[in-house]
Design a protein around this ligand. Structure first.
Ligand code: SF4
Ligand code: SF4
Length: 311
């Protein structure tokens, strides 16, 4: 098959498409001592789908996650779009979006979707960092690879390093454990510093928002990422609804993937920031009802502070 034809088929549903031989990816992963599973299929397609930057503020009744979660769950959106293409290809395939053992960012760099920024994200010349990635392996031989041109880099810019509130970014290293987006998606007891720094219900947008490569970009607006109202999470729903009811109300939102308890814990950090004591009784009840140690510990600690504020 011709690489151009394959690229054209994916471009109906994606904004950027690069194609490499799977062995290019596997060899690069090996050289970089990255552990990725072996793949028998010859061709690897790397996909980028744009999402728009939108800003919504917390209120005393609703809390906001990172804006990449706005609209329908991108995992489902990208998978659906991939299916629309691969169903017409007469070959075996496998694909992944985000939660899989492969290194999407390495594949994105190798296929020219963008360069690896100091903020640890792939930066595309027209979409900046506001781009979801997906990969598809195809049991298909192509006439050539289709690597996109990248002629950009961070240069001397250090804005994301300076802006990172947790010092997770440095010039040479990334401290994953310090990254807010990592710890606020991890089921654990939060330290005082982590509580103090956390500013979203889920994720962290700072190193994207300060990046000059995201200024004047032209995002392609895809209908699946239109606002649905579920970007604003009701604090009452969080603390009153059962896991099942909450998941029904907020279904298709990607911030749900770690469950409700993690959102409740993160919500507590925001209530403390707001000095918002109106939910104290509900928090107290949740500590008795929710038999999850990391939640109970963090909740007790924060409730203690909130009770001091209200007394
Ligand atoms: S997501 Fe937030 S905490 Fe993580 S590196 Fe970026 S700015 Fe730092
Ligand atoms: S803020 Fe500057 S250093 Fe950081 S990723 Fe963007 S361009 Fe690179």
């Amino acid at each position: 098959m011709k690489a151009n034809e394959l690229q054209k088929a994916f471009l109906k549903y994606f904004d950027v498409v690069g194609i490499i031989q799977t062995k290019t990816y596997l060899e690069a992963a090996k050289q970089m001592h990255k552990e990725v599973p072996d793949v028998d299929y010859q061709t690897m397609v790397v996909l980028g789908l744009s999402y728009p930057y939108r800003m919504i503020k917390h209120t005393k009744t609703h809390l906001i996650p990172s804006f990449y979660t706005f609209g329908s769950d991108y995992h489902l959106v990208l998978k659906h779009r991939i299916e629309l293409v691969v169903k017409d290809l007469s070959c075996k395939y496998q694909y992944g979006v985000d939660n899989h053992p492969h290194d999407e960012r390495l594949a994105a760099v190798l296929s020219g979707l963008g360069y690896f920024g100091k903020n640890q994200l792939i930066i595309n010349q027209t979409l900046g960092t506001y781009m979801f990635l997906g990969i598809v392996f195809l049991d298909l031989e192509l006439d050539h690879e289709l690597i996109l041109d990248v002629h950009d880099d961070c240069g001397t810019c250090r804005k994301c390093i300076t802006a990172c509130p947790t010092n997770a970014l440095t010039d040479t290293l990334f401290h994953l454990d310090k990254c807010m987006s990592q710890y606020n998606q991890t089921k654990k007891i939060l330290s005082d510093e982590e509580i103090d720094k956390n500013y979203l219900l889920f994720g962290c947008d700072i190193c994207q928002m300060v990046c000059p490569k995201n200024i004047n970009i032209k995002p392609v607006i895809h209908e699946e990422f239109a606002l649905s109202g579920k970007e604003m999470v009701s604090i009452l729903d969080l603390f009153q609804d059962s896991e099942k009811v909450f998941k029904q109300k907020y279904q298709d939102m990607s911030y749900l993937w770690k469950g409700k308890t993690i959102l409740m814990r993160n919500a507590l950090t925001l209530l403390l920031k707001q000095k918002n004591t109106q939910y104290n009784e509900l928090i107290k009840k949740s500590i008795y009802e929710k038999n999850v140690l990391w939640y109970q510990e963090t909740a007790r600690h924060i409730l203690n502070k909130l009770e001091k504020i209200s007394s």
